[in-house]
Design a protein. Sequence first.
Lengths: 748, 414
Amino acid sequence: MDRIGVFLCTGCDIGAGLKVEDLEKLAKSSGAAQFAVHPCLCSPEGVDAVRSAAGGGALDALVIAACSARHKQLEFRLDPTKTAVERLGLREQVAWTHTPGDEDTQMLAEDMLRMSIVRASKMQLTVRLAEQIERAVLVVGGGIAGLQASQASAGMGHPVVLVEKSSRLGGHLAGLSEVVPEAPPYDRLHPSPIPGLVKAVEGDPGIKVLLSAGIRQISGQPGQFAVEIESGGGRETFRIGAIVLATGSRPYDASRLVGLGYGLPNVVTAAQLDEQLSRGELRLPSGGGAPRRVVFLQCAGSRDDSHLKYCSGDCCTATLRQVLALHNKMPGVECAVIYKDLRAPGQLEHFYLAVQEKTHAAFLRGVVEGVSRSGEGLKVVAMDGLLGERVEFDADLVVLATGMVPNAADGEAIRALRDAKGRIERNESDTQRKLAEELAASLAHHEGTEILNLAYRKGPDLPALSYGFPDSHFICFPYETRRTGIYAAGSVRAPMDAAQAAEDGWGAAMKAVQCISAAGRGEAVHPRSGDAGIADFFLQRCTQCKRCTEECPFGSLDEDAKGTPLYNKLRCRRCGICLGACPERIVSFPDYSVEAITGMIKAIEVPDETEEKPRILALLCENDAMPALDDAALKGAKWNAWMRVIPVRCLGSVNLAWVSESVSRGIDGIILIGCKRGDDYQCHYIEGSQLAHKRLENIQETLTRLSLESERIRVIELERDECARIPALFDEFAQVLADLGPNPLKGF
Amino acid sequence: MNEPSPRPILVIGAGIAGITAALEAAEAGREAVLIESERAVGGRVLRIHNYFPKLCPPSCGMEINIRRLERNPRVRVITGARVAGAGRLPDGWSVTVSISPAHVKDTCTLCGECSKVCPAKVPDQFNLGKCMVPAVRLPNPDAFPRRYVLDRSACPQGCKACADACKYGAIDLNATGREETLEAGAVVVATGWAPYSIEKLKELGGGVLPDVISNVQMERYAAPGGPTGGKIVRPSDGKAPRRVAFIQCAGSRDVNHLPYCSAVCCLASTKQALYVREQIPDAEITVYYIDRRTPGRNEAMLGRAEAAGVKFVKGKVGKVRAGPDGGVLLRIEDQEAGQLVDAEADLVVLATGMAPAGGDLPMPVPRDGDGFALDDGKARIFAAGVARRPEDVAASVRDATGAAAKALCAGRNS
């Protein structure tokens, strides 16, 4: 951009503490074509002035030097395809937080203005993508979540392709006529929703159902997936816009539960009892008549460190359903349930009470010590948690309430396994081969687990988080996965019951349809929804180092045979992690680039060491750290005037060139503040914060090699509500740097 | 198939469920109008210190949601508003919205000069009335819309100090309320919940003993923006409690109060026990429960609390009264030991449940026996969040996303 207008607001104390005429001189000498001052830029008159200047065509980029970019967004948002806008928060970062009229305050404001003008000059106008977008939704899995997702997508006017591995729709519940109550009064069994849903889906001309089908390959990107499906011996390729993964779960392997008697005659899993219930004939598996005394053992393989650590979420209520179903079919049957905690959450409490009342089943809180043969029948020994006594139950049928294991594949593990096998084959050295063999052995259980078969560089399926469930921000944004345009629904996503899985089907369909809509507008989906800017890769300079393709958390980048990145624009979430990864600095977004931030760093005037005015660069994540900085300012915090703050899209987007540029320019220290990393990560781009830490460790080593103190660089994790920590973080770091003395590279 | 109705979706309630429903629809290209009775969006989640199981601040996810709201031209947010009337249209609803006077206009810059000069103090609703704030103020640290609010009824006679102090003419002491009529293609009811009042739990010391507080109050005590600046204290003397007792199912799973399980309290207390542990490493922390309901991957919270030395006792607390030396005395039926025991605590937290809110809507929203809202597809009314059933934040977001889909489907296949 070369026609930059600077609009300086002097309201909210900004003008009072600064020499505005000096700022004007500086703007002009820094290349601004226009400089205007307004006492309240966000007032209708101020906004008019900004908009008419932008609309006149004389300017192509604006610097709004006023309040934080988080405020007055509506007032200062201009069409990014026509005008680039750089927001400079003089109010929060200067006026409210530094001594008015002070020399250091003025130097801070002047540096910030210079930095913003440089940034504006390096911005590009956004060019919206306008690509051909497919509207069809692919639903993988024909259980309750998949059926509901299909019906919902079709209901929103989108064609649907539903792929089911087995020969019929309905999933686990297909055979059952009655399910856990899903509607008031919650005190009786509910007719299964499956037959109605199956009928609706099969009868919908907009839904193509493929049974006994599997996905051979998915290539492309949201709005433009090509999905090759094998079904009934034939193969067909479908053009798809977005995908719902609803592959459900399978029961935990009961053969590992011999301690609970599995393997003995008449010890069955809940799923096996359901099969009997759906056939309508209740006979003991060993032969003979119907069971008279049934004991249910809860948490069979769940909530157990040696099996599934998690609670499977629906076994307690499934047992209640089975107890009531048995009672309804055979009123004299005696049931006992041995549990750790009876989990009938929410309004299913009504169901729990009703089952107790109707069936007179015994509910015992206890720990099962053993299941053994006893004459013709079985004996269950448990330690009664309430009375502290050993209790024995005679039973002719024991039901293990086995938990659920997601039918998910860990794409990144599969890829690691494939890579290891490749290394074994290449046999480059004995050590390499040995390491690869060990790795392959540890990952062997992922062999052949592929479901989606994504033709992605980062693996054929979604990456997993804990317990094998697909990774997502499972609290705030539960459907998001790390592969754009693919949304998990139902018990593949998290342990849940059938009613919840149906809700998931609705929600995941919403996200799929929304993703198609966003792709059509050329916009990003969560979390930068609405952002139409896309990355530009200057491939002539690419050295095929593969860092960008490896580090993109969303698998947006594939590679050609030489290892050159292939950018899938519609998979991109615009986090900038590729930009941070690239040693050749070839990745740029229209409003965010290595060059722009480097330019900002160069625009910082670094006084020489005799002036005793250190300079500290602070790179703050715009998602949590920058808002926290705003909050600190709003609350009247003051901080060190040596700081020069630059907001970054994510700590993972920090390019090490910025660090080396700073160090070589004599900047005394660099502090990076981002979101929490690790298992309970808060990084909106999952791995950004983690990557920043890893990269910074490397650069700290480099500093040490250059005989510079590694303490000059610091990475901090800050939560969104920790604004109170900021002044002390800055001041304490400034003190550390003062103690170290000036950066010896100053003046070189 | 009919064409989709061009009318917007009306979402009532801008807590996490309502915000989600409006945004999900809008990001799929549909217009949405989001109505909130408070002056800022965010509802109950912003009053939570940390979410379980990650123990992360809700303002983090809300920051993204507010950015989505601000940047999406298809969502209109109306705060300080109630639905006053509703009439059925052949393909939706005509709704009258009553909007309270906007004494602070959107030209507010958050400069704060008004607050500095305001002579009147009001109980801070954001902090559940546990501290006083100026009558003109920022309603919460993350307030959206980003402007101050004025409780006009608290102004001293003739006072116009705030209006005089405002350099931007953003304060209009004579503003009047207004009504607006909107047409909607479908309605999403996301009116949320109210905590079951501890005043109704006198036998557990609720509303009687100062050191018996509710779980929602505990969230504010633990939050940096709360009345104690994030310090967990015993209200009677402001000291850090050495012994903290959590009483589960306080008013839930109880035919005399709420007959259902509120679905979040076990996890909320487990999380709050960890807040206490973090601040007071040697505190004795006990949770009295009927069943520990921490489903799914949230199970890990239990192990984390146990590892932190939190004691879980299966037992029904029958009575709570004042103890000697200023403490609180609990009479517990310890079901594992099979006996009645007494325990003392400095601070008692009642894990009160959630009662559905929003029962006064003018349109006929079907409700179940517990008062939770149900969907009525034919009438194009869909419920989301805790207005629909007791559930946690993650489930509210999930269901609200689904409610947006249901609203988008409404009318297409009819």
